[in-house]
Design a protein around this ligand. Structure first.
Ligand code: XMP
Length: 547
């Protein structure tokens, strides 16, 4: 049970890396949750944490009204680690002094660490870190000593060993601090003494037990989109309650080539999961509604609303259910109010909201404590194929936002074919790269553990590998020649981006030879296309999708 796990609490002061801190802690096999700095100290005490981490934040701790914490937090007998703002605040609250420096210290910075500090066990004396601060600790609180410094920062890290309080001025959670994960590991596993009981295999086992207990003999309904989150929910629920689960998979005719069949192959009657699988082929319904509509927002709205109607029609056939399952994950929970009690109602496909006319008593969200990478590991653990678990994000309105202007069955076919070629060639190039760079390491699929498959998919990719890539159909037609004939056909745009969070993105530098192969195959194999563009736009100003 989750309640029985060792837990570290990450207290959020509004820093941009709060979720990253939590993810890094989880990577040390330690369960953690993020709470706002406004959370009552009694509530924190009641959670019985093994350690507390204070994150960075944008404020200056000495200013009136700045985010703060109760001094009692440092008297709980629980180790506390402050990061950046958290380190400054800890010193400020405990009687030190924080001031504005004459210049901001920003970027990769060399520091000298004191290896006698438990924070830096196994960390080289001279190492690099990522700094980003204006304020600095000009005087440490009584009982603290500096255990790292840089040229410009006398207190790059400090500790009060007696009270088990630690502060780090830089950001160990970002990749620009190469030894940062080790420092966090030293804190949670060493200083806090966590044994590392957070693992995805036990999560799956525990969840199955919890779901059985909660659902009893009840019926559960899930809108399965074929995306990672809803697929893992389906896998988990199926293992827990089998045919008490019904999954409704709406094929709106705007999926990628063969996608409907691929989802059916995994979750349908011939797949490995025991559940009721309902596939609704609703393409015609959608195409009729969308005919002649070219305004992007209007298209999105129609697709979202139609989804709800189709889903409701199916739900009516099933009748009353006890639970509606959702693929809410931890970032959704955090972003909608930091661990608040209110369930996040994540709309199916994020587009149209929740159906009004589905009769259910309660929502069940088995993934609401997991980060995306953890969802993927759980998926592999459940036996969901790696291709599905590592699927690229795909927008709810599907190809509807990848066909500029109005939608028709013919245009859907063009973009599906072009996109399939693009994905095939990228996969081929990536596979060759993997083979060259990992040798036999992953050769025997049957001998690979979940962690190895996860690592193969996440860590061993060509440096140019996009995080998302797809073909879109522009509504530009242009003149060309094919054989001896003049053509007047569509242009396909290829998009490929590198991104960490999908909020900002850059065009990926896919090798030109790969792009050329894709271009020539699309021109030769896809009727109706005589030109291929590569979209170089970053986000901002462009969005990732074209509409
Ligand atoms: P944009 O185009 O906004 O895309 O830069 C950012 C990320 O979100 C995905 N996306 C969507 N996902 N429903 C979704 O579930 C949508 O309506 C939607 N629109 C965009 C997009 O694929 C990219 O990963």
């Amino acid at each position: 049970m989750l309640q029985d796990k060792e837990k570290v609490i990450v207290i959020d002061f509004g820093g941009q890396y709060n979720q990253l801190v939590a993810r890094r802690v989880r990577e040390c096999n330690v369960y953690c949750e993020i709470y706002s700095y406004k959370t009552d100290i009694e509530k924190i005490k009641a959670m019985n944490p093994k350690g507390i981490i204070l994150t960075g934040g944008p404020a200056s701790c000495y200013e009136e009204g700045a985010a703060t914490c109760s001094p009692e937090l440092f008297n709980l007998g629980v180790p506390v680690l402050g990061l950046c703002y958290g380190a400054q605040l800890m010193n400020h609250v405990l009687g030190g002094k924080v001031e504005r420096a004459s210049a901001r210290e920003y970027g990769k910075t060399e520091i000298v660490t004191d290896s006698s500090s438990a924070l830096f066990k196994g960390v080289p004396e001279n190492t690099t870190c990522w700094m980003s601060h204006f304020d600095y600790i000009s005087k440490m609180a009584p009982g603290f000593r500096s255990v790292a410094h840089s040229d410009n920062c006398p207190v790059a890290a400090c500790e009060n060993r007696e009270r088990n309080l630690y502060g780090i001025q830089f950001h160990p959670e970002v990749l620009h601090t190469p030894e940062g994960s080790k420092m966090l590991y030293n804190f949670v596993r060493g200083i806090c003494g966590c044994s590392g009981d957070w693992r995805m295999d036990t999560f799956v086992e525990d969840s199955i037990r919890d779901i059985r207990e909660k659902v009893g003999n009840g019926k559960v309904l899930l809108a399965l989109s074929g995306g990672v989150d809803s697929s893992v929910v389906a896998g988990l629920l199926s293992r827990a309650i089998g045919k008490q689960l019904t999954c409704v998979f709406v094929d709106h005719g705007l999926l990628r080539k063969d996608e409907g069949d691929e989802v059916e192959a995994v979750f349908g009657p011939k797949g490995n999961f025991n559940l009721n699988f309902v596939r609704v082929n609703a393409a015609d319904r959608y195409y009729i509604k969308l005919a002649g509509v070219s305004e992007p927002e209007r298209k999105r709205k129609i697709i979202g609303e139609e989804f709800i109607r189709v889903f409701e029609d199916e739900a009516k056939k099933i009748g009353k259910v006890d639970f509606l399952a959702q693929g809410t994950i931890y970032p959704d929970v955090v972003e909608s109010g930091l661990g608040g009690e209110s369930a996040v109602i994540k709309s199916h496909h994020n587009v149209g909201g929740l159906p009004d006319h589905v009769d259910f008593k309660e929502i069940i969200e088995p993934l609401r404590n997991l980060f995306k990478d953890e969802v993927r590991k759980a998926g592999l653990q459940l036996g969901i194929p790696a291709e599905l678990v590592f699927r690229q994000p795909f927008p709810g309105p599907g190809l509807g936002v990848r066909i500029m202007g109005d939608i028709s069955a013919e245009k859907v076919k063009i973009v599906q074919e072009a996109d399939a070629i693009y994905r095939e060639e990228i996969a081929k190039a990536a596979k060759e790269w993997k083979k060259e760079n990992t040798g036999d390491r992953f050769a025997d699929e049957s001998k690979l553990s979940v962690d190895e498959i996860f690592s193969r998919e996440r860590d061993f990719n060509p440096p140019w590998m996009p995080d998302q890539y797809f073909a879109a159909l522009t509504n530009v037609r242009s003149v060309g020649v094919m054989g001896d004939e003049r053509t007047y056909d569509y242009a396909v745009a290829l998009r490929a981006v590198r991104t960490l969070d999908f909020m900002t993105a850059e065009a990926a530098d896919i090798p030109f030879s790969v792009l050329q192969t894709v271009m020539s195959r699309i021109i030769n194999e896809v009727r109706g296309v005589n030109r291929v563009f590569y979209d170089l736009t970053s986000k901002p100003p462009g969005t990732i999708e074209l509409e």
